[in-house]
Ligand binder design. Sequence first.
Ligand SMILES: [Zn+2]
Ligand SMILES: [Zn+2]
Length: 367
Amino acid sequence: MPVVAAIPRPNAPVELREVASPALEDNSALLDVELSEVCGTDVYLQQGKLQGVPYPLVPGHVSIGRLSKIRGDLRDAEGRRLIEGDRVTFLDVHRTCNSCWYCLVAKTTTRCPQRKVYGITYGLDDGLCGGWAEQIYIKPGTHCIRVDAEPETFMAGGCALPTALHAIERAEVKIGDTVLVLGSGPVGLSAIILALIGGALRVLCIGAPDHRLKAAVEAGATSVLNIETHNESERLAWVREQTSGRGADVTIEATGAPIAVVQAMRFTRDAGRVVIVGQYTDHGAVSPEAAFNPHLDLNKKHLDVRGCWGSDYSHFYRGVQIISDPKRAIPWAQMKLTRYNIENANAALAAVASGQVLKALIDPQVH
Ligand SMILES: [Zn+2]
Ligand SMILES: [Zn+2]
């Protein structure tokens, strides 16, 4: 019986469980997990901060592994048949309906009310649906894709890569732009790399702690500033200093802190663009510190502020193509990863929550 690491209920430590292997439905498979990840969302899951989440729950929404058992026909989006032994990953979003108003009219499948996410809105009652496990059940209709990259390189991008790719797409970065990235966690780092791929001339990054800012420079950031040692007006002065007094052309907020949203607006030039991608968790009622002046911070600035929710197959697919290109993958391949076995999932969560590690991976096959 495969071993999984489950969050039994909000604010309880992760515990190991044995779960029976499922009987495979037609066109489904079992994936032997090689690596899964621990991201900020998993920290919030453990703290019970996400709505509509079924506990007990096995976290790990982006994973890579080998197909160990297939029943029926499993194909990728290009129609190629997947076979047992293939190294694959899969889009964590499942059951996008393609028949609701959001899918058909708004063409925004990330807001489809039918969608389910492995490791987040699928709980243990739905079967082996999280990556902190020896095996994942690939349900019928799950979008798998073969991965040629090394598992570690792929996981360095992990869930952050498609998220950041979506944000950069929303940002419509122009060739020669100066992009400001707020946050130096995994999404911020991938946003730096992708902004440069997307044509940015310079990328500024405000974040913390120092080891993450060092990683931001290694990812290609032109200049970085430590948020812990500079207050808001110092940060604004720093951004203006580097942008001929105007502010960034485009700002990507990838921090998780509500106050950063307002700062993103203030650090951006008039008629610039702001993309909010770091507010995946609801931090409660309107926070006074995140209040802004509608006249000065938004209307008069002629600012374009855009939200960015989740990612769809196109972001996931393009992310896998980029990470499978040895040259493009270099910034991710050199990121420092910290591996934990499944028994140490609580330590991994704590390390991510404190920002002590750049990126924590779960290796469920090593005990
Ligand atoms: Zn839909
Ligand atoms: Zn994630």
